[in-house]
Design a protein. Sequence first.
Length: 235
Amino acid sequence: MNDAVAVALKDVAPSHMPADQWLFKALVQAALHAPEGCVWKSGGKFLLSNEERNQSANAIVGVLERNNTESEAGKGVRALVSFTEQEYGYRVTAVQLNFHPNHKSSHKQHRDIYGAGQKGGINCTCSFMKCTGTVCYSLGSSRQVLCETITDARSKYQTCGEECQGMKTYKWMHSGSAMHFNAPWNNNHTHGASACHCPPGWRVLNHCHVMKRCQGIPPLDEPCGPRISIALLCA
């Protein structure tokens, strides 16, 4: 859904600024002024949560509105939660705010954690409710998202031969767009956003990861810069 953020924020974002830009700036300010321990590195990116790293919807809104119940970041996230629940018929249980400061940041290939007993890693202290879907909103710089078909024990797919490498699909997520998938898709696929190794004057072609100078080559992508992804885990 390319205009998801604009639709979701139509009643809260100011009319003089694009909704995705407004929320991006509001979340950046929230991260810059968050209490110590609320912004932490996770893999190739940063996360914003409360000090206990609780990422429930109530906990995230709570930290965004801790010093100002009328904060723009809080209003924006509340609006996304409300829109998601109305549009998809879900109940949002968790909100993950992922900050990608530059082209070197990344979000490794993964399945979302949908089981109540699952953990995000050996040191993970988060508690997760059983979920049935994810809606992820993108703000800022465009990134390619890799969706990869998996053939492990959780997946319904099997390899077609010894040389089978599954299927990899790259899709653009532009600012203001949303990506939605459900539990069956999550069982059969992983998703992630790799770092964009783009020195000035270079591009990464849309159909491959071969770096070439922009001499007569159509700019099939956009330069990688700061980005925020907002993943809503839903029951």
